[in-house]
Design a protein around this ligand. Structure first.
Ligand SMILES: NC(=O)c1ccc[n+]([C@@H]2O[C@H](COP(=O)([O-])OP(=O)(O)OC[C@H]3O[C@@H](n4cnc5c(N)ncnc54)[C@H](OP(=O)(O)O)[C@@H]3O)[C@@H](O)[C@H]2O)c1
Length: 272
């Protein structure tokens, strides 16, 4: 039987609930507990599971880790929570996947310091799709620096600020922030599009958010990558670039054992 990564999830709000849905169904993981600030009115286990939901008003993190040992913590709570469990994960080398997007500089420095003793992934955007879009856009920008580039982001009518993700994409592509076009329409959850205009063709890289469960899929990807990494601090992009590089080398070396590939001559030495 393969070993399952035992996880403690901190945060059971709008996003934490969706993340719990994904992690509790993934056979690679065992979601052992969920911590939230308050105990909650009546529900004490995640629906259709026996996973306990623990209110931090009644327990300490020390007590939770003692009672339910885990290999990894996934944090979708608030910026202050890491100060409550940080030294425990440092001491026991428990992996951390933190999705908190509002860390102050000093909080972020503390999270980075945990990377000296254990494996830590921290990113303000933890979806596989958006991170893939960023990596692909960066690559295209490098191979076609002459193309015109524009970024369009669309969100629900009430969202007041420009999308942080769109600003990050612009920064990565070396563009001014005022080059991002924002549309506020009805109830759109989140759409990001990077358009590359060539003289005779157009490339559009676009991403649509459908459900918050996408953050759970991102956390699962981060956990599976992080467990194979040396101790250190990583962003989601680091893990994605590492995974794509591994895939590129596997394909270049014809490591794929599909019959079609096996018939191909090994050109890897010729290419070097
Ligand atoms: N990186 C990403 O891609 C990404 C995506 C989405 C969200 N996020 C981040 O995830 C976090 C949660 O977002 P949300 O929309 O789900 O917020 P939310 O609905 O307000 O939920 C916050 C949850 O955290 C719990 N919590 C807060 N402080 C805690 C503490 N000290 N110890 C234990 N639990 C604590 C709350 O407990 P109660 O339920 O008892 O109040 C609640 O369950 C935010 O920081 C947000 O920026 C990141």
């Amino acid at each position: 039987m393969t070993y399952k990564i035992r996880i403690g999830l901190v945060g059971y709000g709008k996003t934490g609930k969706a993340v719990a849905n994904v992690l509790s169904k993934d056979p690679r993981f065992e979601l052992c507990w969920i911590a939230r600030r308050t105990a909650g009115a009546s529900v004490r286990t995640h629906p259709e599971t026996a996973i306990p939901i623990i209110g931090m008003e009644q327990q300490s993190f020390e007590a939770i880790f003692d009672r339910y040992p885990v290999d990894a913590v996934v944090d979708f709570s608030s910026a202050e929570a890491v100060r409550l469990y940080g030294e425990i994960i440092r001491k026991h080398r428990i992996m951390l996947v933190s999705a908190i997007s509002s860390y102050s500089e000093s909080d972020l420095a503390y999270v980075r310091s945990l990377g000296r003793n254990t494996r830590v992934m921290c990113s303000p955007n933890i979806t596989l799709g958006i991170n893939f879009l960023m990596v692909a856009a960066n690559l295209l920008r490098k191979v076609a620096p002459f193309a015109d580039v524009e970024i369009i982001e669309q969100h629900f009518k009430e969202k007041p600020e420009v999308s942080g993700t769109a600003l990050k994409i612009a920064e990565n592509l070396g563009m001014e922030s005022n080059r991002v076009t924002s549309l506020r329409i009805g109830g759109i959850i989140g759409e990001h599009e990077v358009i590359f205009g060539f003289p005779h063709q157009t490339v559009r890289l676009s991403h649509s958010s459908i459900r918050r469960e996408a953050f759970g899929t991102g956390a699962a990807f981060a956990l599976s990558q992080l467990q194979a990494c040396p101790i250190g601090f990583y962003t989601f992009e680091d893990l994605l670039v590492q995974a794509t590089n591994q895939e590129w080398s596997r394909q270049l070396n014809f490591g794929n054992d599909s019959p079609k590939r096996r018939r191909q001559p090994d050109l890897s030495r010729v290419n070097r």
